[in-house]
Design a protein around this ligand. Sequence first.
Ligand code: BG6
Length: 281
Amino acid sequence: MPAQEANKIVHLSHPSGAKVEIALFGATVTSWSVDGKERLFVSEKAVRDGSKAIRGGIPLVFPIFGTKEKIQLPQHGFARNSYWEYIGLLTDNDEVAVRFALKDNQLDSQLRKGWPHSFRLTYTVTLTAKSLKTVLVVKNEDEDTFEFNTLLHTYFRIPDISKVAVEGLTDRKYIDKVENAAVSTEERAKVTIASEVDRIYCDAPDSLHLYYGGPDSIAIEKTGLKDTVVWNPWIEKSKGMGDFGDEEYHNMVCVEVGSVADWVKLGGGATWTGGQTLTIQ
Ligand code: BG6
């Protein structure tokens, strides 16, 4: 892919002043601003030349989460590392939207070998005055069923991690990746972060709330997706990531809605839809 492709960005503005930017590389939302304030975190060290996934914004995880023993694909799959096709602009009442698509024949042969299925992904990013909606549609263009995981890996920009609280996860089981995948139950009404956190909350509620210590807060609504990952790399992991500043963990938290604990099974010819709406309140 020519280097200039890597920098192709679609800009979308709402009459209210809200704005969003989406890189064709990964169809990664790299900026969302409401009331003149940036809501998403992108690392100052993020690589933007198309050689690796963009560290921040909303990378799209598909068709695997993490790595899988028998599937030869890069961590979190290929959607965030592929160039998507820009389909067009849609407007309706008080919202504006843009749509992107990715088909198996746009992947290089190595990736197609790693996941040998015919598919079409459609990703729609919709902006209103106060909200951002990102919806993924997966169409199985094979005759046989295939299985996938997917996740919207949202990096929220926050002034100070010590002020962050995620509300709505009480009593939910989580797989703790920091504790060798031990399964525990969340007891807190508000999840706060004071060390490395990497948890898959299974069957998480569709409505969560992110308080970040600012004058407003963010409602996170998911549809068609079962789980929610909460991630902050903290001190040591931050130092180990070449595309992330040592101190940047103070200014980001990932709350990632997805279906990752179990495979989603999609029959031949069938279509699946999942997404999220983030609303400033
Ligand atoms: C999270 C995972 O979703 O993504 C973490 O739960 C992982 O384990 C993180 O470290 C970042 O992954 P990557 O591939 O973007 O470095």
